[in-house]
Ligand binder design. Structure first.
Ligand SMILES: Nc1ncnc2c1ncn2[C@@H]1O[C@H](COP(=O)(O)OP(=O)(O)OP(=O)(O)O)[C@@H](O)[C@H]1O
Length: 532
């Protein structure tokens, strides 16, 4: 094959006509496309006029690199790579193959190479590797390295600016020790790298999941009671004492599940087939509460039902009576209740005869009854009577293991209820896991239902969450004063809060702030722990 390397000037091209004893040469651009025929007259005219014709102009622009058609490159293919059966054999390989001669001119490529790189035979066969690198087809040439080093070379190339291929060039030596060919195998690692990237992302998600680990929910009963390792001791004790008649006092903030626990005890007791009645002591004024609890006789007071009314103590006979917010019971009613606790009997409003009752009494309060006793608002004797077995339900912010199971459970509950199929986005779950839930499980249920029915898409993303869920909305107010470190932290929290609010995800917020997502999440977690 004859070549013109770097035929940049018309003057440089002219001698080649003499060299090859011809008046016309075919001209190719660097992609191997025939531009046309360049004649001696074209060159001479262009030289005279200094105004190049179209063809010459294009030659100049594309830089003439060859004067013989690529098919003639087979002349360097003495081995017969481009002929049957070798060509079929090369085409049958899954890996790409690129073969050059000892000077670095491309002899052949196989089909896999074309598939992997998107480069066609016509573009490279007959061309020198140096030209292909210069033209940007490949980033560096393994073949040239092999020729230089006379040993196998492996390197990673970038082709067409994006795909990554790993190439291994191996020299084929002649008997005299000179290089005959360089055979390069080519493997696309773009997919491999993508897979690696995907794997890394998976690992990151896994790490995130472990941080906000979907906890081992030790029990999810048919009635939907979620029990985590934090609440298991409490539920276990409840199950044990359920079989006895011991009086149980449940303490916990509002919405932590006191009523649910009372019902759970009832269900695990021998009274499970009997009634479970509940009464919130703050829900009624004192007089009405008394009537509700103890019932009243006919004509007991103005407006009373003519036949009188059964009290809950009567209705709950054989079952369980759950009195919520017992700390708010008036002292007068406490005396009456004490009689029920001690003697299992009571006097209905307006009645003169005591009635017997057989109820299991479970009480609950969000208050510290010791304090109420000290303040003189709660009878000490009643306190000790009703709190034989005290149970404590911690707030949801101290039972974080339950948050995701509760969110999942209630989302599927509301999906069924409203005929929807909403899903939580992990980002949203992450934020909700960090939220302190001042209203505990009741607030969680309320928010889940609200989001289920209000979001526009099935995926509930962080952007749909209310502002208070974003960490700083609840935290930064606490740290406005203090030493430098605290104020810097406050400022940092505000910045992160703003970024979260405007970008909707920790990933996007982290990118916007130029920090790692993990850094941002760690900071949130630290602040969250500091706030508990
Ligand atoms: N462990 C749990 N698993 C699933 N749902 C729960 C759990 N605990 C509570 N809930 C649900 O949370 C809501 C609030 O619970 P519950 O009414 O028992 O709280 P509470 O402490 O009695 O509240 P309050 O003191 O305000 O009466 C209820 O809908 C209840 O079913």
């Amino acid at each position: 094959m004859q070549r013109i390397d770097e035929c940049l000037s018309l003057e440089a091209a002219l001698p080649l006509f003499d060299l090859h004893g011809t008046d016309a040469v075919e001209v190719f651009d660097i992609q191997g496309q025939v531009i046309g025929v360049l004649t001696r007259t074209d060159i001479e005219e262009a030289q005279c006029n200094k105004a190049s014709g179209r063809l010459v102009g294009e030659c100049m622009r594309y830089r003439v690199t060859g004067i013989t058609p690529p098919s003639e490159a087979q002349s360097v293919d003495a081995f017969g790579f481009d002929q049957e059966p070798l060509s079929s054999l090369l085409d049958a390989l899954h890996d790409g193959v690129y073969i050059t001669d000892a000077s670095g001119i491309t002899v052949t490529i196989n089909k896999a190479y074309e598939r992997i790189t998107g480069i066609s035979r016509a573009e490279v066969v007959g061309f020198h590797m140096a030209d292909l690198v210069k033209a940007g087809f490949i980033s560096k040439s393994a073949s040239l390295e092999v020729i230089r080093e006379r040993r196998p070379i492996t390197l990673v190339q970038t082709i067409h600016d994006s795909r990554k291929i790993v190439v291994t060039g191996t020299p084929m030596f002649k008997a005299d020790g000179s290089i005959a060919y360089v055979v390069t195998s080519v493997r696309d690692i773009t997919e491999l790298l993508l897979a690696k990237h995907a794997q890394e992302q998976l690992e990151q998600i896994q790490r995130m999941r472990e941080t906000f680990k979907v906890p081992e929910v030790t029990a999810l009963s048919a009635s939907g009671v979620i029990i985590s390792r934090q609440t298991e001791p409490c539920f276990e004790l409840a199950r044990r004492v359920a079989k006895t008649s011991a009086k149980i006092l449940i303490r916990g903030e509002t919405g932590t599940g006191k009523t649910l626990l009372a019902r759970y005890i009832h269900q695990h007791s021998d009274r499970a087939d009997g009634p479970f009645m509940e009464l919130n002591c703050t829900a009624f004024p004192e007089g009405l509460l008394e009537a509700e609890l103890f019932g009243y006789t006919a004509g007991a007071f103005t407006g009373a039902a003519p036949k009188g009314k059964q009290g809950l103590l009567d209705v709950a006979h054989g079952g369980t009576l759950f009195l919520d917010e017992i700390g708010d019971l008036s002292l007068a009613l406490q005396v009456k209740l004490l009689k029920v606790v001690e003697e299992n009997r009571y006097l209905p409003v307006g009645g003169t005869a005591f009635r017997q009752t057989d109820v299991r009494l479970i009480t609950a309060t969000h208050q510290d009854l010791h304090d109420r006793v000290k303040e003189g608002c709660f009878r000490e004797d009643l306190f000790y009577r009703i709190s034989v077995v005290p149970l404590w339900l911690s707030p949801l912010r101290q039972r974080r293991d339950e948050i995701i199971p509760l969110l999942s459970y209630y989302l599927s509950h509301f999906n069924k209820l409203h005929g929807l199929c909403r899903r939580w986005d992990p980002e949203a779950l992450e934020l909700l896991s960090s939220y302190p839930w001042p209203g505990n499980i009741r607030e969680l249920i309320n928010l889940t239902e609200r989001l289920t029915v209000t979001v526009l898409e099935d995926l509930i993303t962080a952007t749909s969450l209310p502002n208070e869920v974003f960490p700083c909305a609840t935290l930064c107010v606490k740290h406005v004063s203090g030493d430098l470190r605290q104020q810097v932290m406050h400022f940092e929290q505000q910045l992160i809060h703003q970024a979260l609010a405007s970008h909707g995800s920790t990933r996007a917020a982290a990118t916007a702030l130029g920090v790692d997502q993990s850094t941002l999440v760690k900071k949130q977690r630290r602040w969250r722990q500091a706030s508990i």
